[in-house]
Design a protein around this ligand. Sequence first.
Ligand code: BDR
Ligand code: CA
Length: 333
Amino acid sequence: MDPIPVILDTDGGVDDCAALWFGLTSPAIEIVAITCVAGNVNAAQAARNVAKVLKAAGRSDIPFSIGADQPLGPGPAIPGDLPVHGSDGLGDAGIPDAALDPTTEPAIELILRLVDARPGELTLVAVGPFTNVALALRSEPSLAGRVRDLVVMGGAAQMPGNVTATSEFNVAKDPTAAAETVAASWPRPPTMVGLDATHQATMGARELDLVAERRTPAAAFMADPLRTYHRIQSMVSEDGTVPCHDALALMAVAHPELLITEVLPVNVDTGGGAAWGMTVVDFRARSLASGSIPADLLGLAQEAFFAGKHPWRVALGADVDGFRARLNELFGR
Ligand code: BDR
Ligand code: CA
């Protein structure tokens, strides 16, 4: 099978870089371009981290570009934001800068140009705040109909948030962008890989030990950043395992069987209250799929559950063994 061509939009953190390594080494994925957005670090630093990965992977040919540095709107305060990615996004591991420059073409223009050149072919995978995606949609709303698919890491359906009681980081950082992305006219439901899935398919002690053995270029690069990431994440992990959110999202493009999904109505709370930045998933719509609603009431039920919301393929769980098997391939076993 031909590899799936992907534009990866990233905020340059540790799990972002693990995802990128997966994309660069998996025969099932072709990374066509990378666009950077502020989130874990600013967009320029995210681009520096991408450059380091591309150089180490011997893929200096892949264009990468700097995008939005400011969210489109306000978001909830994030008290006690844990420095999971260190101050440089890569765990302050001292990985030297690569002599590799981002394109002079801004990220939004790069996305639009590439999608124009290959209509219906490219999968957009966003693993940072959705600011670049929303800006591209503002500039060209028809983008939604011209990508093959959209997969995002973000949100939480049945889980609490990870930066506020209700909000996941990528959504909390720019709820306006998330709301606009959720509401765009996607012809097929995009996939939301949120905390419900990423907290199931975690890295365990064996994966972390394997990375430390540095058997592959990906492991050699990720060993130190993942050590910091794991150390800080262990403050909030109940069992010592650690999510590698963004890697799961990109892996699921190549291996959709890793996710357990349902198409459900979604919207994003942009209201400034206690649930600011929450992805609100309407589980009442499950009765539509169950076949329990009389045919003459289906239209009414559809209206009741979906009005003002948008059908997304929501990941509600993940195959932890499958995820770890793929990670182990990446890291050398
Ligand atoms: C998301 O937030 C970032 O810190 C990670 O890179 C991931 O994209 C998880 O909530
Ligand atoms: Ca990220």
